[in-house]
Design a protein around this ligand. Structure first.
Ligand SMILES: O=c1ccn([C@@H]2O[C@H](COP(=O)(O)OP(=O)(O)O[C@H]3O[C@H](CO)[C@@H](O)[C@H](O)[C@H]3O)[C@@H](O)[C@H]2O)c(=O)[nH]1
Length: 466
């Protein structure tokens, strides 16, 4: 990659940038957030996804609608994948590989589109490991945008280790890898790894996620990371050593509260308005993680025992008609606890002054959103890199993990109730509360975060396409 000379400086040039996220809300939303910031800087964006995913995204503000064009490709049909399933939340966790098989078939329409539209850059996600050679062939520069933080990426390792699937047993994931040269607590617990393996189908695509990450990183011209060195300096330094290519933080991309007619929000706000400031714990485990029936029961009973007001969101389960909360639970907690099944405006809820804590699976979007409003995390990691995020935050004194059996991950209602009380009201939780509140400026301040995107844009503008 060549840097242009001062004479050829392209700083004023409007760039055309294609964005191609993986088919998951936790990926589409931050890709859209970055798109908006790039568009605000005067660049033209093609945001590429499938029809149902595009429909689910928040409407664009009028000042950006001319700068961001949605490009919608129907998801090719795949046997075993219902035609309405277009995102990771539409399919049970063990069917995610079928979604990847369908996603891989977007290669052909995407290639045609890139040939016709010739963007300067494409910013893509981990799943499209096949994309970089196509972009290179067409002279389009290419950056991988990681929605995992730098500590997680370092734990995963350099591309060569990812491609050869360096780790083979669950125990391999429960130790600090050899390429981390300093003391670290970033590693999985045994139950987090076995849960992941147990829930994952055979790789019907023949390509594991590890291999997808490996090629995606290795073949990129640059890696953008949704985090910042102010928060995890040692991990950004190590990442640059491991990748040996430009690595840019995007900052946390704090979300903007959409001013829309949202009837769900009107009802939720009405309930939150009646609660005391900082008194409510918001409970949500994101769009992909599901608890086992017995875990849901313990969580429910724990919330009940805690005596703390709560707002609990349960996702619609593709494979379960009804959530499995105990009989009579809602009646017993009436007035103090709310259970909502389906999609909620999470950012609006977290912004409400009644919310003090956030019992979370520790998906990175939820972490950013919760800490951005100074809400104190209570961790209940389930899948993916959520255990690593938990270790990163807990290591900094930012939140408290529900105690569990280290090996099989079981927890009971008392461990939930005690954790909730500790974080929300006990004296022992004072320092955790104080530290989480301090994070508001780092995670939530839009002006502070925007300078990372500014630096990244300066770099891509002055870097000639291959
Ligand atoms: O009812 C809901 C449910 C979710 N959200 C939003 O959806 C996003 C969910 O993202 P996240 O909290 O990261 O959860 P998941 O979607 O479950 O996360 C997947 O993607 C993340 C980013 O890669 C990873 O950190 C997780 O491990 C992985 O499971 C957030 O912006 C939420 O605000 C809502 O607005 N309303």
């Amino acid at each position: 990659m060549q840097r242009k000379t001062k004479m050829e400086d392209t700083r004023e040039r409007v760039m055309h940038i294609a964005m191609f996220p993986w088919l998951a809300m936790g990926h589409l939303l931050p890709f859209l957030r970055l798109s908006k910031l790039l568009a605000q800087k005067g660049h033209k964006i093609f945001f590429i996804s499938t029809p149902r995913n595009i429909n689910r995204l928040p409407k664009l503000p009028s000042n950006l609608s001319a700068s961001i064009t949605f490009i919608s490709f129907p998801l090719p049909p795949i046997s075993g994948l219902p035609s309405t399933s277009e995102s990771s939340m539409d399919v049970p966790y063990n069917k995610q590989q079928s979604l990847k098989a369908a996603f891989d078939l977007l290669q052909q329409p995407l290639t045609e589109f890139l040939k016709c539209s010739s963007p300067d850059w494409i910013i893509y996600d981990y799943a499209s490991h096949w994309l970089p050679p196509i972009a290179a062939e067409l002279g389009i520069s290419k950056a991988f945008f990681s929605l995992f933080n730098a500590a997680t990426l370092c734990f995963m390792g350099p591309p060569s280790s990812l491609i050869e699937d360096f780790r083979t047993t669950p125990d391999d994931f429960t130790v600090v890898p050899p390429w981390v040269p300093f003391q670290s607590n970033i590693m999985f617990r045994y139950h987090e790894v076995t849960r992941y393996v147990e829930k994952t189908d055979e790789d019907v695509t023949g390509v594991s996620d590890s291999v997808r990450f490996g090629y995606t990183i290795r073949e990129s011209d640059a890696v953008f990371v949704r985090s910042c060195p102010e928060f995890e300096p040692e991990w950004f330094n190590l990442l640059r050593d491991l990748y040996r290519k430009p690595v840019f933080p995007t900052g946390f991309l704090p979300p903007v509260i959409e001013d829309d007619d949202d009837t769900t929000w009107v009802c939720i706000k009405e309930w939150l308005d009646k609660q005391r400031v900082n008194s409510v714990v918001y409970v949500s485990l994101g769009t992909e993680a599901s608890l086992r029936k017995e875990e849901l029961v313990e969580l429910a009973l724990g919330l009940e025992k805690s005596q703390v007001p709560f707002f609990w969101v349960l996702k619609n389960e593709p494979s379960r008609p009804e959530p499995q909360i105990p009989d009579g639970f809602e009646e017993r907690v009436q007035g103090r606890g709310m259970v909502h099944v389906g999609w909620v405006p999470q950012v609006k809820i977290l912004s409400h002054e009644s919310v003090g804590g956030f019992l979370t699976h520790c998906g990175w979007n939820s972490v950013v959103e919760g800490l951005g409003f100074g809400r104190v995390p209570i961790f209940l990691p389930v899948l993916n890199e959520q255990g690593l995020n938990t270790r990163l935050l807990q290591g900094k004194g930012l939140g408290f993990e529900v105690p569990r059996n280290e090996r099989e991950g079981s927890f009971d209602s008392d461990s939930v109730a005690n954790s909730v009380r500790l974080v929300m009201m006990d004296d022992e939780g004072e320092s955790i509360r104080g530290k989480a509140k301090l994070m508001k400026s780092l995670f939530g301040n839009r002006d502070e975060n925007i300078h990372h995107v500014g630096q990244l844009v300066d770099w891509i503008q002055n870097t000639s396409p291959k």
